[in-house]
Design a protein around this ligand. Sequence first.
Ligand SMILES: Cc1ncc(COP(=O)(O)O)c(C=O)c1O
Length: 369
Amino acid sequence: MADLDRVPVRADLADVVPYGAPQLDVAVRLNTNETPWPPPPAFSEQVGKRVAALELHRYPDRRATALRTALGERFGLPPERVWAANGSNEVLGQLFQAYGGPGRRVLLTRPGYSAHPLLARVALTDTVEVDLDDDFALSAQTAAAAVRRLDPDIVCVANPNNPTGATVGLDVVRALHDAGRALVVLDEAYVEFADPLRGADAVTATRLLDELPRLVVCRTFSKAWRMAGLRLGYLLAHRWVVDDLRKVRLPYHLDALTQEAGLTALELADEVTAHVAEVAAERDRLYAALHEVPGVHVWPSAGNFLLFRTDVPALFERLLERGVLVRDFSDKPRLAGCLRVTVGTRAEDDVFLAALTGALAEAASESGP
Ligand SMILES: Cc1ncc(COP(=O)(O)O)c(C=O)c1O
């Protein structure tokens, strides 16, 4: 069929690049911030049993009541203050649809999670940005000034941030909230890795939920909960947010299998998340090792990934040739020369470190004595 026959896509979407890191079949995949280990066998066994008992000819519970109740119980909140959808990306997209739209704008950080501006754009919402400082920190003063200057309808900040791994303090959350009138969304996709010894409580904004009436906290089962293949994310907020999101969600948006898997994960929470401390320790080992490599600048991270900078041309490709896939940010604003590596198993990370050393040596030999 000739291209002439095609219907033109919405004009404002014509130059959109579909979101997604390359999915390549290589030995060591450290590019999408998943946990390297699958969920424990008890999880898969129980999900299998529960799914076998489902009436799959019937629609799922449209309100996901059991799942939202179980989630709420973890945070001392009623189900009316919990919302779940297909990954936190869908939760964020629904928030942008409900509170963005024509004539409205969302304030994002630069650098920040690259899906945020895309989700905003699809929801016809303008993006405005606040620059993080050179160490990717955001002070309460800068945050408040940006909100006052730009008067956003939504503020969306990843904490810990992706790809930088930096965190913001609760004073920043308060400043973002109190300086304006916006819905303040904290995207806490990686929060469980932030402080595994004291628990996510050390970083999370959930404890401000009752104090700040326009605060929303988004979480996911894709990272610390090891369920990226299942697509489950959720938010905690005030009741009116949940009521509003029901206006934009698709009918029966969350399938019965995912609801059962989420319930099972919550019942087995300790086993499913048991590896988090190990991932954080391995992150710190990898940080220390990268810190020692000449020509590499690495930033401290509270997530399960590390951002690092070199001046080596085509480092992403050189690593790929050595069987290691990382995420390339080298042509992104404020991130020149930067790559992001997900914390893998110790063995995977050692392969990455060897590949990096090899690639740096190769580049040095090309540039001559
Ligand atoms: C900051 C941040 N938020 C949200 C997501 C989306 O996670 P999911 O849709 O799998 O829940 C990611 C995934 O990489 C992320 O980095």
